[in-house]
Design a protein around this ligand. Structure first.
Ligand SMILES: CC(C)(COP(=O)(O)OP(=O)(O)OC[C@H]1O[C@@H](n2cnc3c(N)ncnc32)[C@H](O)[C@@H]1OP(=O)(O)O)[C@@H](O)C(=O)NCCC(=O)NCCS
Length: 140
């Protein structure tokens, strides 16, 4: 099976974001005001985009957002592959901390990547979130 991860454009992420995360909201809901400033990655299975994530860097911190795997492909390890790749390139860019607003039910998934829950919690559109982060150890 041919699997590859590549850089994609913001508009290329929108369909999966919409289908997977907010199917009941209008399409515009999944667009981010700073989408053009993000680094967008997609995992392709053959030619089909099955998982997307977007990274936004501010100083030495990077936030990833809108992480979504096509519903019928969830649980196959694609999210893990993409998140590992994202962590590697983030670390290589000398970013100190990677963070995300995680859906609370997904916290155990992110904990497996060494991310920890902070006390910052909030609710949006009926979903509970917790800010999770991971600070990379400095390379010698
Ligand atoms: C979060 C999300 C992007 C993860 O992507 P994914 O491709 O399903 O990720 P993985 O397949 O690597 O891991 C998902 C689960 O399958 C398990 N898994 C991975 N590979 C597996 C395999 N080969 N066999 C069995 N289980 C496996 C993982 O351990 C993980 O378990 P968990 O959910 O209990 O933590 C995906 O679930 C998603 O799009 N969810 C809806 C949107 C969302 O919630 N986005 C994140 C907001 S914080």
């Amino acid at each position: 099976m041919s699997i590859r991860i590549k850089k994609i454009t913001a508009p290329e992420t929108h369909e999966l974001r919409h289908q997977v995360m907010w199917p009941n909201k209008p399409k515009e809901f999944v667009r981010l005001p700073n989408d053009e400033k993000g680094l967008h990655l997609g995992l392709l299975k053959k030619t089909e985009l099955v998982c997307v994530v977007s990274l936004f860097i501010t100083g030495n911190r990077a936030q990833f957002r809108k992480f979504a795997t096509k519903t019928s492909e969830q649980g196959n390890g694609y999210g893990t592959l993409l998140l590992k790749h994202l962590m590697t390139i983030t670390r290589d860019q000398k970013i100190e901390t990677i963070w995300c607003n995680a859906r609370v039910d997904k916290a155990p998934f992110y904990e497996r990547f060494g991310m920890t829950q902070t006390p910052k919690k909030f609710m949006r559109a009926g979903i509970h979130y917790v800010l999770m982060e991971k600070t990379f150890e400095k390379k010698v």
